[in-house]
Write a protein that binds this ligand. Structure first.
Ligand code: ZN
Ligand code: ZN
Length: 424
């Protein structure tokens, strides 16, 4: 038989990798508790219209990268390409009291050419706040992300920030940008020479030399903000400075979604190369709830790709050192040939001890080897002699000298004795 493998561009997260994943999601959960975010889970597929409305039809994600399918009743769905749209959809649908603070960790799907740190199914975590446009919330969301990376041990992360303005001031800026791009269209990169007029903001995002040169000489949105957007942005910058977070203004930063308004930001891991450097980011989306049929509601969010984060942790050589796989407390070694282990491990697990055992009627020596490898603190030995006497021998697996490190107790006293030993 041919072997079936995971689909191209996907990967398994194996049990041995879980301590690192647990750290990455666990730190997020810890911070979310401190900042007052509660977790949300939404369906992994949604009406395709949700993402078409939110991402903007000019975006690569909708044009080429979304997993779209029809179910048996010919409804058109898409696998979630990113985290924010579903959370805002849930907000509009359930109308919770505001400000509403939610966090998520979820797989996300994009049909793109697989490469290092980019998968067709990858994983994201993030937060969203809906119901206020107070710049203090922008500061809080960015600060939380900043503290998150620091808590993971990353030291070479830079924060880039920009403002996308609001409908009106952006509209006026887009006219200036269009005029500039029109007069330099022939100097743009191959892709944007053909597409700049559909989505001029994407040209700002382009990393190719030709586009960088053209846009570098052109107008920047941050210089054309209206008074309100300028004041909002200044308060975000001042708020970040007041808590010691260093932000670098990047006037080209537009991110991959058309739904951003005002504050946008990105975190760059200096330990990574080129296009992989971006480990997370987000922005304000004051129009999104309305676009999904809700009342006008301001919102802002932050998201980070877990696989990309892991690359950054690896590149900075942090993350693995203090990780321990969840260890067993006990390991039952049963040589009675009578499966005394089954009721014994059942009792011990019921009492709250992580307990392992061997299978397949292995020899004493082989079972002791497994007990040692398991990382358990104590082995519980039951042979024919102990079985006969109604006893269990408890052996300390971390002690060098067997004589002192072993005691035999009555079967009925095992739980109490183990409790004492483990709390010592
Ligand atoms: Zn404005
Ligand atoms: Zn370009």
């Amino acid at each position: 038989m041919t072997r079936i493998e995971a689909p191209r561009g996907t990967h398994d997260v194996l049990p041995s990798e879980q301590p690192l994943w647990q750290k990455v999601t666990g730190e997020m959960e810890r911070l979310c508790d401190l900042y007052g975010y509660r977790r949300i889970q939404t369906p992994v597929f949604e009406d395709v219209d949700l993402f078409q409305r939110t991402a903007g039809s000019g975006s690569d994600i909708v044009q080429k990268e979304m997993y779209v399918f029809e179910d048996r009743a010919q409804r058109r769905y898409a696998l979630r390409p990113e985290g924010t749209a579903s959370v805002v959809r849930a907000f509009v649908q359930h109308q919770p009291t505001t400000p509403w603070k939610a966090w998520y960790v979820t797989p996300a799907f994009r049909y793109e050419r697989p490469q290092a740190g980019r998968y067709r199914q990858h994983h994201q975590l993030g937060v969203e706040v809906l119901g206020t446009d107070d710049p203090a919330v922008d500061v809080e969301v960015i600060a939380m992300a900043w503290r998150y990376y620091a808590a993971l041990g990353l030291t070479r992360v830079r924060l880039l920030i920009n403002s996308m303005g609001h409908d009106e001031c952006r509209g006026e800026y887009l006219m200036l940008l269009r005029a500039h791009l029109a007069s330099h269209a022939t100097s743009l990169c191959d892709e944007h020479r053909a597409t700049w007029s559909e989505s001029p903001l994407r040209v700002l995002d382009c990393k190719r030399d030709e586009c960088v040169a053209v846009t570098g000489a052109g107008p920047m949105l941050v210089e054309h903000l209206c008074a309100n957007c300028r004041a909002h942005f200044d308060r975000v910058l001042a708020g970040l400075a007041s808590i010691g977070i260093e932000a670098t203004l990047d006037p080209r930063l537009v991110r991959g979604f058309d739904y951003y308004t005002r504050t946008t930001f990105e975190f760059v891991a200096e330990a990574l190369e080129g296009a992989q450097k971006s480990i997370g980011g987000g922005g304000r989306y004051d129009k999104l709830a309305e676009q999904l049929g809700g009342k006008p509601t301001s919102g802002i969010g932050f998201g980070s790709g877990i696989e990309r984060l892991l690359l950054a942790l690896d590149a900075e050589e942090v993350g693995e050192g203090d990780l321990v796989n969840r260890r067993l407390d006990l390991f039952v070694v049963d040589t009675t040939g009578d499966d005394v282990a089954t009721p014994l491990v059942d009792q011990l697990r019921g009492a709250g001890f992580a307990t392992g055992r061997a299978y397949d009627g292995r020899s004493m020596k082989s079972q002791m080897k497994l007990a040692d490898k398991s990382g358990a603190r104590y082995a519980l030995l039951v042979g024919p002699q102990e079985q006969e006497a109604g006893e269990v021998t408890i052996r300390d697996l971390r002690s060098e000298s067997f004589g002192q490190a072993q005691q035999t107790v009555a079967r009925v006293d095992v739980v109490a004795t183990i409790s004492n030993l483990l709390t010592k």
